[in-house]
Structures are given as C-alpha cells and as structure tokens.
Design a protein around this ligand. Structure first.
Ligand code: GDP
Ligand code: MG
Length: 698
C-alpha cells in the first residue's frame, strides 16, 4: 500500500475548515477524541490525482500558536512534535477572505515551523459582494507559499487544492517573516544553548509554558531550562512578536489586497457605506450617543429612587431595632449610607455597559473605529484609540490595558496619557448627584432635559480634552515610529444575549467590588473622625448650643447640635485646614473633606458626603435632600448652586484622582515619569479651571 500524505487543516475558528474537510473526504471520515482529552478529532481519507491518497486531519480552530485553551493546545502539541503520528507532511492553513489580516497571523507562525504549508483563502464567493480583489501571485511571492482560492460553499477551487497537496514536495519550507528580531541578545543565547533546534520552536515551548503550562517537553524533545525570564517580560516579548507579524502582514496586504468600496453590493457593504459615511456616519454615531445618555437617565431613575429610599429605610430600621450605642451608630450613620452611595449607581453603570457591549457585539464598534480613524489621525491618535477612549467611559484601567492593540508606540503612549480624561464610571456618581442638585430638571424641546444634556456635555468635554491634549502631545513628544492600519471589519450580527449579559455583570461587579472595598474602609474612618473631637467644644456640644439658642427646642435644636459637633470633630478640623485652598473654588470645608478623601478614588466623594451629612441625623431622609439643604455660611445662599456646582463638576472632570490608574500607567509605560506628569498636569488644570469658572459665575 502506497504511503498516504498526512495533511492537517489549521485555521481560526469559522474559516470553513470543517467545510473544506467535508469536501475533501466526503463520507470517508471518522470522528473520535484525542487521546486522554475530550477534544473532538476528525480524520478522513481523500483521493488525490494519480491514485495518491491523503490522510486529512481537521484540527480545532485556533487564533495563534500562543495557545490559551485546551483545544488550541492540541494543535501545538502536534506541530511541535515531529514524532507524533499526526505530525503533518503538509499544513493547510484555511483562512477567510474577509478576515485575512487576523487569519494570516497564524499562517506566519506555522510558516516559522518550517513545515510545507499551503494557504487556502476560503469564502471566495463573498469577494464580489464585499468588493475585495486579491493579487494572488504577489501574495504567493510575499508569503513564500502556494495559495488556493476556494469557496467551500460553492464547491469551487477544491481540485486546485488537491493538486497542490499532491505536489507538496515542491513547497517552500522557509519562513516568510523574521519576527524574533526585537531582543537579539536573548535569542542568540537561546539558539546557542540549543543549536540543533529551530529557534522558533524553542520560543514556542517557552511561551507555551507561560501561556498554558501544558506542553509535554519530553515529547517535543526540547528542554529549555535555559535562563528563565520573568513571566511579564516573556509576555512582552510575545506582544512584540505579534506586533512584528502584524506589521509584516499589513505591508503585504497593502500591496496584495484591494477593497473597492464602491463595488461592494452586499447588505453588509450597503450598511457599511451608510455607517462609515463622511456625513451620515458621524450623524448616526452622534445620535446613538445622545440616545444612550438619555436612556441612562430615564431608565435608571426608578430603580435609583427605590435604592435611595431602601437604604434610608434600612438605616432607620436598624437604628430602631437595635439598642443604641456607638457600634450601631457606626452601622447606621457610617457603613449603610456609605455603601448606599455606591449601590445607587449600579442601574446607571449597568445600562452604560449594556449599550457599549451591544455596540461591540453587533459589529458596529469596528465601524466607529474606521470612521474615527480619519479624525483621530489629525490628533496623533489612531482609529484604534477609539476603543480605549470609549472603554475609558467604563474605567481607565481596562482602557489603558486596551491600548496594547495599538502597534505604534507613540500613538499608544499618547492614548495612555489622555485616556484618564474620558468620563469614567467613577465620575458618574459625582456628576449625577451634583447635576441633580444644581441643574433644573426641565425638558428642552422634545425628549431631552437640561440634566441629560449637561451629562452629555461633560462626556464630550472629557473626550474633547483627551483629543486636545493628544494633539499637543503629538507636537511635543519627539518619538519616531511607523504607522500601520488595516481595519478588520467583522460581519454584522445580532448581539448574543448571553455575551452581553455576562459582560454587563462582570463590569458592574468589578466596579462595585473594586470601589466597594475602598469606600467601606473610608466610610468607617470618616465616621470615626466625624464622631469624635479633640476638645470639649465637641464633647460639650449639647450644652453650648442649648445655652446659645435658648429659643429653639426639639428637632431644630438637635440639628444645630449635630452641625456644631461636626464642625468641632476631627474631620471638621481637617476640612477647615484646607478650606482656604478650596474656598476660591466655591467649596466649604465639608466638600473639602470629600475632595481629600476622593484623591484615592473619585467615587468615594459621594459616599463621603453621604456619611458626613448623615452623622447625627435621625431622620429618614435621602442624601440628595440633605445636600440640597446645605447653606453656604459666607453667602447665606445654598451651598450647591450653579457656580459652585459647575466648578465642582469641572474639577472632577479634569483632576487625576485615581491611584489605580497611576499604578497601571506606571506598569504599561515602565516608568514613573508618565504617571507623575499626568498627576501634576491634570490636578493643576482641574484647580485652575474650577477657579476661573467659579469666579466668573458667582
Ligand atoms: P470551521 O469552524 O473552520 O470548521 O468552519 P465551518 O466549516 O464550520 O464553517 C463556518 C461557517 O462558514 C459555516 O456557516 C459555513 O457554512 C460557512 N462557510 C464555509 N465555507 C464557506 C464559503 O466558501 N463561503 C461562505 N459564504 N460561507 C462558508
Ligand atoms: Mg470545525
């Protein structure tokens, strides 16, 4: 019996591997499992020209050779091990013509393994409707391979593929790009230590350890106990490798792939033309944003009122149900209002994440990236900066991490530096409470209200400041780096409910737990500081006030006593100490306390005010009503008026009040220089602008 050619079908999920497999093998296939694991294994026999037969293996879908799942690991175990009975004579990499860029990443990695490789470009039937044309000879030359352009759905091009498989002996086994050029010293030493092994295989085994800790080193006959680098450094190397590959792929596709947008006729292409239109694209994006912000307001007001009243009720019940004493006071005046100040924002944050994940899941966000690229380029950013900037509306931390997709270092650094200006969810609670206090709740025109418009303006302000600073940074920073940009447009699809729900729950949970811990701790500290004082002005408060206001009694007297106590408590003295600094901005010492305590994390502000205003108050009353009743002792008017409110809003819009963001920026830029610059610049800007605005408006 003649020897069978061993063929492995490899590719990203959903590129049509199984469809190609079915066409090649027909009914001659069997399904089993890989030994010892539950990953499905499909193999079959294919009859080729001249009586030759091939054994075809349909490998699990994988995005790259840096495996992160059991399925992906199967592929690497086989490809790294020449003695494996499934080790292929020829690797057939199946790709989807509409997602070539991403698909080619895996292809260039397989090429590096020096296995004869054929590139199948599938879904050729989609080329016309999406206006794609390919220069196959050029791609073959650049990628150092043979290409079969096929449509598994229409059964076109399969014979061509079969011919290429028969002639696998003449395929080149040379890599098409040298991606490991970024740390020559490290890789030279690695190669010297294991001179018989191919460098890329060595690297894969090492990274496999980092990614998965699964590869069977004895089987692959490589044991790189060789100088261990730290995991984070290896991860960085891996990112650099990926970036090199994408740079190469972008260069190749620029020459070999042309998208004629006018020729595109399909439904998707028609949608694309509207959504990325020079005028309508922006118009639609703007309209969607407007709708989202209005919806956040309208839809969450009911659950928010419920939560607000619920916590007030809980405090009341706890107080009347338990014997009175300092511990119960701590719970009812410190912890419950502090936590209530966070829980109340869950509805709004959940709605925001709901909309963002729907936009992402549906494929629309990629169109926004494309659309915005035209604009962002002018400011030294890339279209890809839009994703971090939009994620920044959730939290700057994942946003800074999301900049890793940006290949160009200068664009990436600028994006990292300006992301904290976008309105993160921690600012939302502060904005919402202040807006509800100082902006009239009236409708303008049809569905919009002054309050929701103010909120939207604040979001635009954050975004605008980010983009403006990027423009300045682009002029100032002298960093040379090259730009590549190939946009990958996934198809439109209905968002999967499951994905959206999981995303919303995870992001909300992260916010509540992350913020919750700090807030709980700070509410306890604050309560203690507010419930004790350094001298007898605090301990004799009742006596002093009663003597002073002989005409008052009952409730009114109690309130006077409570505010006298707060003023002479520890926290009162601390707030007074910074009052001269914040008074020109229109704030009193109570807001000063809020600002001090929120330097670690902005969202603490609301919880702090809630705690401060609850101390000593017996009534079942909402935080908002208490704040509304505050009086500015200098002017005699309400403390939260238009001037001080807007000054406070702007202070929070610009100030860098988030230790976690500073920490992540330090990690991503590998130096304290950048986070410190952010801290100083942003805080200075915040103070300056809040000062000017208050002085002008008051
Ligand atoms: P696998 O995940 O790589 O095994 O991909 P499948 O073979 O399961 O195919 C994924 C999807 O792409 C299925 O819905 C197929 O019907 C579709 N598909 C496969 N080949 C083609 C093709 O040539 N043209 C089009 N339009 N769709 C295809
Ligand atoms: Mg499949």
């Amino acid at each position: 019996m003649a020897k069978q050619i061993k063929v492995s079908l490899i590719g990203n999920p959903n590129t049509g591997k199984t469809s190609v497999f079915n066409l090649l093998t027909g009914l001659n296939q069997q399904v089993g499992n890989y030994p010892g694991i539950t990953v499905e294994k499909k193999e079959g026999i294919c009859k080729l020209p001249r009586g030759v037969k091939a054994h075809i293996l349909d490998l699990p879908g994988t995005y790259s050779l840096n495996a992160s799942s059991l399925d992906e690991n199967v592929v690497i175990e086989i490809l790294l091990n020449k003695k494996d009975k499934d080790f292929p004579d020829v690797a057939v990499v199946v790709s989807d013509v509409e997602n070539l860029k991403r698909n080619l990443l895996l292809f260039t990695q397989i090429k590096d393994l020096e296995i004869p490789t054929i590139l199948v470009i599938n879904m050729a039937d989609r080329m016309r409707s999406s206006g794609i044309s390919l220069d196959i000879p050029l791609l073959e030359k650049e990628l150092n391979t043979k290409i079969a352009l096929i449509s598994a759905r229409k059964n076109q091009g399969i014979d061509e593929l079969k011919k290429l498989i028969v002639a696998y002996g003449s395929l080149s086994t040379k890599p098409c790009v040298n991606a490991l050029t970024f740390a020559p010293e490290y890789f030279n030493r690695l190669q010297k230590a294991f001179p018989k092994q191919s460098l890329y295989k060595l690297w894969l085994v090492i990274t496999q350890d980092v990614n998965f800790r699964k590869v069977d080193k004895k089987k692959s006959s490589i044991t790189p106990d060789f100088e261990i680098k730290s995991e984070s450094e290896l991860k960085r190397f891996q990112q650099k490798e990926t970036i090199k590959r994408y740079q190469f792929i972008n260069g190749v596709l620029k020459k070999g792939l042309i998208i004629d947008e006018k020729a595109a006729t399909g439904m998707r292409a028609r949608l694309d033309r509207v959504l990325t239109h020079k005028f309508w694209g922006y118009f639609i994006f703007f309209a969607i944003l407007l709708f989202i912000f209005q919806a956040i307001y309208d839809w969450s007001s009911y659950p928010m009122d419920l939560i607000d009243e619920g916590f007030a009720w809980l405090s009341e019940v706890t107080k009347s149900g338990l014997p009175s004493g300092p511990f119960v006071d701590l719970i009812t005046e410190g912890i419950i209002p502090g936590l209530g100040g966070i829980v109340i924002f869950i509805p709004q944050i959940a709605f925001l994440f709901l909309f963002i994940s729907i936009l992402e899941e549906s494929g629309y966000m990629s169109r926004v990236v494309f659309l915005m690229d035209r604009v962002m380029r002018r400011f030294g950013l890339s279209g890809k900066s839009v994703v971090p900037l939009v994620s920044g509306t959730a939290c700057a931390i994942p946003a800074v991490m999301a900049t890793r997709n940006i290949e160009n270092w200068k664009e990436r650094l600028i994006t990292i530096l300006v992301v904290p200006f976008t309105t993160c969810s921690a600012r939302l609670p502060v904005y919402l409470i202040i807006i509800s206090l100082v902006i009239p709740n009236e409708k303008v025109g049809w569905i919009f209200s002054y309050q929701s418009l103010t909120l939207m303006l604040l979001y635009f302000l954050g975004f605008g400041t980010a983009v403006g600073s990027a423009w300045i940074l682009n002029k100032i920073l002298k960093i040379k780096s090259k730009t590549y940009f190939v946009i990958e447009m996934p198809g439109y699809k209905l968002p999967l409910l499951k994905n959206v729900v999981i995303n919303v729950i995870e992001k909300t949970k992260a916010f509540v737990l992350g913020a919750g811990k700090i807030i709980l701790a700070i509410s306890i500290v604050l309560w203690v500081l507010a419930s004790f004082g350094p001298n007898d002005k605090f301990s004799n408060a009742a006596q002093i006030v009663t003597e002073k206001y002989t005409n008052l009694s009952g409730e009114e007297l109690d309130q006077k006593i409570a505010s006298h106590k707060l003023e002479y408590s520890f926290i009162g003295y601390a707030g007074k100490a910074i009052e001269p600094i914040v008074a020109p901005l229109g704030y009193d010492w109570k807001i000063g306390i809020g600002i001090i305590s929120s330097f670690a994390a902005r969202e603490v502000f609301v919880g702090t005010l809630a705690t401060i205003y609850s101390v000593g108050s017996d009534e079942e009353e909402t935080i908002k009503n208490r704040m509304k009743a505050e009086v500015n002792t200098v002017t005699g008017g309400p403390l939260f008026n238009l001037a001080s409110g807007i000054s406070l809003l702007l202070f929070y819009a610009f100030a860098m009040q988030c230790m976690s963001t500073l920490a992540i920026v330090k990690r991503e830029t590998n130096s304290w220089k950048w986070p410190m610059a952010q801290l100083i610049f942003m805080s200075g800007l915040a103070y300056g602008i809040a000062l000017i605005v208050y002085q002008v408006l008051k």
